[in-house]
Ligand binder design. Structure first.
Ligand SMILES: Nc1ncnc2c1ncn2[C@@H]1O[C@H](COP(=O)(O)OP(=O)(O)OP(=O)(O)O)[C@@H](O)[C@H]1O
Ligand SMILES: [Mg+2]
Length: 665
């Protein structure tokens, strides 16, 4: 293939595009010579070279200009492919200067949204602080777009807190920069009818080809991988680092930022969800009395700065329910006993007590929900990316509980920061804010008002000043609070199926200046992986999202447990708080004795001990000294001990429990 190429700087040319003198040497004699230009998408353009003008006539060339929309100063590259047919490849110079403060999210299509171009699309970095909203039907690439934003933000040094409801954000940590099959192998999903090796090879080839198409190389992936420190947290049952979510009645933030009616709404929303959680079997309409009573108690506590944090907070609430700190309830000022009898108060208090036992106490087990802590890492050189994986919480109320607490924790953290001077400080990414739709959405339109809505609304409204950048995505634009979204200045809209959804979005977008004739037309034409992007400036572009450097997949619960590195686990283990007994630890076994190591043994010693003993108890080796059943029993115990002691988080919990039982015996 020929290497002959020419670079030409674009200005605004009306009649012809001047070409370097040597260009004409490649062409046959004649005043006007016809040529074919071919773009990266294979589209051909017939143009004429004029010897007299020493350039390409704009007539003909204008089609390429319309599709690629070159800007003054852009470099156009012509590369000779075949001199016989006078076929040239034409492209905008990808290596040319791009906005240095932008996030590379994909390629622009032409102005009419029909043809792909070589022009990269960059989201200005400072636009993050006025938040990003992404929507489109399922499979349009919303999650990929959100993840591309995070990947780029990492390269710019911006940390992130990410809520992963489906498990497909946790895979941001899977960056296989060697592009070797062995790196992908453990993570590729193999359909039942497929051969493992074949499938892995196909996946790797696909990944490589797509990255290449977007100009991304192994070095870029290496840089991304070496820049970030991922930590995956789970609540209650999951296999990530356990995260303790505080009691749902704790004051969320320095309430001076809130208007008085917002405080009332917030207490109302929290009391309501809390009571609903206590009485899942009852209709909400039957619970009004409890809600009102609790509302009054919580307000009393917030006004006086009584902490309702964590497990102690729940104990406080339980006591105050039985022994009210207030004499009257409501505007009519009914006495407490008239409003709610001691018997009913006891019923409420005993339900609270249930939260402090059994499964519910798992909400209080793990790393405390403190944003500074979630963003801490052993090395301050790395950008902390903390993923809160809520995939294992099957009940929407539980997910709601976690999302609202997280948003309040962020508000609290934000109040401790100074203004960020317009610079992004932290990204808060929630995929699927539409949740289960209607009352089960995290950010629904009126009349629904779940506790998460208030928190997210405040983050959208106040986050800008502190550099807290929200990236919210949903496949369900019909049910979103557009009032709140008016604080969001960047919209990325993928294909939407119904006219109703398109109208919703068009209305939402039109709250800000927009230079586009018909958003509806544009939205009907975008394809999967493409978005109509409206920037803060009001400009719009059709963007084909880029391929991710990380391996995009929804991870299973077991896989989630494998993402955290040993050093990350060890780091967070230090901050681990534990509320209750450990149901999974058999109290009569001492795992250190089973492994025949000291309780201070390093992980290497434990691993070595396990290997030696596993050999000793292997049914084949052990047959000379013990029965098969005995050997199997020993092996079972050995595996159990090893599973706990080789995992720093489990070992930390076990050690705590071991110390506790030692001090009681
Ligand atoms: N590494 C990757 N980078 C970019 N796109 C990818 C990558 N791996 C897979 N894809 C594409 O992403 C598509 C799925 O996109 P994505 O998960 O973002 O959709 P979505 O709009 O979030 O859908 P849903 O509403 O179901 O969550 C897949 O069909 C696949 O073609
Ligand atoms: Mg998705």
């Amino acid at each position: 293939m020929s290497q002959v190429s020419f670079k030409v700087t674009w200005k605004v040319h009306k009649t012809f595009l001047p070409m370097p003198p040597s260009f004409s040497d490649l062409l046959p004699d004649g005043d006007e010579v016809s040529l074919i230009l071919q773009d990266a998408g294979g589209q051909k353009y017939a143009v004429i070279y004029s010897r007299q003008n020493k350039g390409l006539l704009m007539q003909g060339f204008v089609n390429w200009v319309r599709n690629y929309d070159p800007q003054p100063g852009d470099i156009i590259v012509f590369e000779l492919i075949d001199s016989k047919t006078r076929l040239f490849r034409i492209a905008l110079d990808k290596e040319g200067p791009g906005p240095t403060d932008g996030l590379y999210l994909g390629k622009r299509k032409d102005l009419l949204g029909k043809f792909p171009t070589d022009r990269n699309f960059f989201l200005p970095i400072q636009d993050l602080v006025t938040h990003v909203f992404i929507c489109g039907v399922t499979g349009t690439g919303k999650t990929v777009m959100g993840k591309a934003i995070i990947e780029e933000a990492i390269l710019k040094g911006i940390p992130a807190i990410i809520v992963d409801l489906k498990g497909d954000l946790t895979s941001l940590a899977l960056i296989f920069s060697s592009l070797q099959e062995s790196e992908f192998e453990p993570w590729v999903e193999i359909p039942p009818d497929k051969q493992r090796r074949e499938e892995v090879r196909t996946e790797v080839e696909k990944h490589k080809a797509n990255l290449e198409a977007f100009g991304l190389k192994s070095e870029d992936m290496e840089r991304l991988r070496n820049s970030a420190s991922f930590a995956v947290f789970t609540t209650k049952f999951g296999k990530g680092i356990p995260l303790a979510i505080a009691s749902s009645l704790a004051a969320p933030t320095d309430t001076t930022h809130l208007k008085p009616n917002e405080v009332t709404r917030l207490i109302g929303a929290l009391s309501e969800t809390f009571v609903k959680m206590l009485f899942p079997e009852q209709k909400p309409s039957k619970l009004k009395k409890y809600m009102t009573y609790l509302h009054e108690i919580v307000r009393h506590c917030w006004d006086r700065g009584v902490s309702l944090e964590g497990q102690d907070g729940l104990v406080t609430i339980q006591e105050l329910i039985q022994h009210p700190p207030i004499r009257t309830v409501g505007v009519g000022r009914m006495s407490v006993d008239e409003f709610i009898s001691p018997k009913i108060r006891n019923e409420l208090a005993s339900r609270v007590a249930m939260c402090l036992s059994g499964e519910e106490q798992l909400w209080f087990t793990g790393v405390p929900l403190d944003i500074d802590l979630l963003l801490s890492r052993p090395s301050s050189d790395l950008v902390p990316i903390s993923i809160i994986n809520l995939r294992d919480l099957s009940a929407i109320d539980d997910q709601m509980h976690a999302v609202s607490h997280l948003s309040y924790a962020l508000l609290k953290w934000m109040n401790r920061q100074r203004g960020s001077g317009g610079k992004p400080r932290l990204i808060f990414f929630i995929d699927e804010i539409g949740g289960g739709g209607g009352r089960n959405a995290f950010f629904p339109s009126s009349p629904y008002d779940p506790p998460s809505k208030m928190g997210l609304n405040l983050l959208l409204r106040l986050g800008r000043e502190f550099g807290v950048c929200c990236v919210f995505a949903t496949q369900n634009p019909g049910n979103i609070d557009y009032m709140g979204l008016s604080n969001c200045q960047t919209w990325m809209v993928g294909w939407l199926q119904t006219k109703r959804d398109r109208e919703k979005i068009t209305q939402g977008m039109s709250t800000v200046k927009i230079h586009i004739e018909s958003v509806d037309d544009q939205l009907r034409n975008v394809r999967s992986g493409e978005f109509l992007v409206k920037l803060k400036s009001g400009d719009t572009a059709i963007v084909q999202e880029r391929w991710l450097m990380s391996y995009h997949r929804a991870l299973s619960e077991d896989e989630v447990g494998k993402v955290n590195t040993r050093s990350t686990l060890e780091w967070f283990e230090k901050h681990f708080s534990n509320a209750g007994p450990e149901p999974y630890i058999a109290q009569d076994l001492d795992y250190y004795d089973i492994l025949e190591v000291s309780p201070k043994a390093s992980i290497e010693v434990i691993e070595r001990a396990y290997r030696v003993l596993a050999k000793k108890y292997h049914p084949d080796t052990a047959s000379q000294t013990m029965s098969r059943a005995e050997a199997e029993e020993k092996m079972k115990k050995l595996n159990e001990a090893y599973e706990v002691l080789s995992n720093p988080v489990l070992r930390g919990k076990y050690d705590q429990e071991r110390r506790r039982s030692a001090s009681h015996s």
